[in-house]
Design a protein around this ligand. Structure first.
Ligand SMILES: Cc1cc2nc3c(=O)[nH]c(=O)nc-3n(C[C@H](O)[C@H](O)[C@H](O)COP(=O)(O)OP(=O)(O)OC[C@H]3O[C@@H](n4cnc5c(N)ncnc54)[C@H](O)[C@@H]3O)c2cc1C
Length: 361
């Protein structure tokens, strides 16, 4: 295929259509032959899903069909199952040849392949929340805390309980941010139970009673499981990249974001072993560095010309309902309306859509 700006067009296969994979596929689509393989037909902005559970129409802007922003790429809706030196294989028996491969499988996304079904799922979650007087949230990481915040602000009359295994909420940020978040939730009448678990195998929603690892009983009309998901690298376990996975299942990359020891395979986003907080804005930076490096390689540039990636400082924002948030910056922690102004109203949805070349609204 003749593509302007490149003498011999190279085949770039991107596996994973989250923020990282979506942005690199978009950046390269007019410069090479891009194929995006994603399990779903759409890109989901993951940090917007908690708002979509209490306001399903919010999801309309946050579930973006890959075809909306990839107008010059091949989109394959399929699950990648293996990679050889020259192909990516998918669960429907297809094999996609590549000159360059970018692995961006982050975490397993929703099991809903179609956007329509995912929208329906948010509507069902909303109905469930609306119909319940009491809600149990299992897991006090960012997902559990943001969900509790959304419910506490929009449905203050509902009894929300969080059960969290660790000694403090949102352990990926510092103790101060964690303590302020705890206090905020308590003020909103959310009950927080720390250092206990709920056995996920034994729970069933209809019963209305949940027992914690310490034998405490919690009454709740429904529950949501918000425990951290492992990275989506199991599809690489029998592949040529199996030796490139660290103990946590992350792909080990070099300073140019190439999978260590591989000339033509890169990894970006949450799947990488880079020492930094796993964040979408960081995944975007990875995508832009690798897009540059691929263009350099396609033009025949030597390795020494490749761009190196500098890990980001620890910046994180956790929203607490529609107006407030807690932010961790290298210089300290911010809490309340100020970080809320940055994240909590639109949850960076307009900004992310613009990055993908779409209207923010
Ligand atoms: C509650 C919460 C709040 C957050 N808030 C923020 C925030 O405010 N700002 C911020 O920058 N970041 C935030 N993050 C982090 C951010 O969501 C992630 O860092 C980011 O989404 C990582 O992007 P990714 O593309 O690497 O992976 P993912 O978004 O996980 O995408 C991976 C994609 O790969 C697909 N996939 C997986 N396996 C396969 C396979 N075998 N074959 C084909 N496709 C596959 C999945 O379906 C998915 O589409 C938040 C996260 C959470 C959970």
């Amino acid at each position: 295929m003749a593509v302007s700006g490149v003498e011999t067009s190279k085949r770039v296969v991107v596996v994973g259509g989250g923020i990282a994979g979506g942005i690199i596929a978009k950046t390269l689509q007019s410069r090479s032959e891009v194929t995006l393989i994603d399990s779903k037909e759409y890109l989901e902005i993951p940090w917007a899903q908690l708002r979509s559970m209490i306001e399903p129409s919010f999801a309309e802007r946050t579930l973006i069909k890959h075809s909306e922003y990839l107008t010059n790429a091949t989109i394959i809706t399929s699950h990648a199952t293996n990679v050889t030196n020259h192909h990516v294989q998918t669960d429907d028996g297809q094999a996609f040849p590549f000159d360059y491969l970018v692995v961006a499988t982050g975490h397993a996304g929703s099991t809903k392949v179609n956007r329509k079904d995912r929208l329906k799922h948010f509507q069902q979650d909303y109905e469930k929340i609306k119909a319940s007087n009491s809600i149990l949230i299992i897991g006090g990481g960012p997902t559990g805390v943001e969900l509790a915040g959304e419910i506490a602000v929009d449905f203050p009359e509902k009894k929300v309980t969080i059960v969290h295994k660790g000694p403090r909420l949102i352990e990926f940020v510092g103790p101060k941010a964690s303590r302020k978040t705890f206090n905020w939730l308590i003020k909103k009448k959310v009950e927080v139970i720390l250092e206990q678990t709920v056995d996920l195998q034994s729970i069933s929603e209809g019963e209305g009673v949940y027992v914690t690892s310490d034998g405490e009983t919690i009454s709740a009309d429904c529950h949501f499981v918000c425990v951290g998901k492992p990275v989506a690298s199991s599809w690489l376990h029998d592949s040529i990249l199996k030796q490139s996975l660290d103990k946590k299942g992350r792909l080990m990359v070099d300073a140019n974001l190439r999978v260590r020891g591989r000339n033509n395979i890169f990894a970006i986003g949450d799947i990488t072993d880079i020492h930094e907080l796993k964040q979408g804005f960081v995944a975007e930076k990875h995508a832009l560095v690798v897009a540059k490096n691929l263009q350099l390689l396609m033009r025949g540039a030597p390795d020494k010309k490749l761009e190196t990636y500098t890990p980001s400082p620890p910046i994180a924002l956790v929203s607490l309902g529609r107006k407030e948030a807690v932010a961790q910056y290298p210089f300290g922690t911010l809490f309340g309306w100020v970080p809320g102004l940055i994240k909590s109203k639109d949850l960076f949805v307009g900004k992310t859509r613009k990055t993908l070349g779409l209207k923010s609204t």
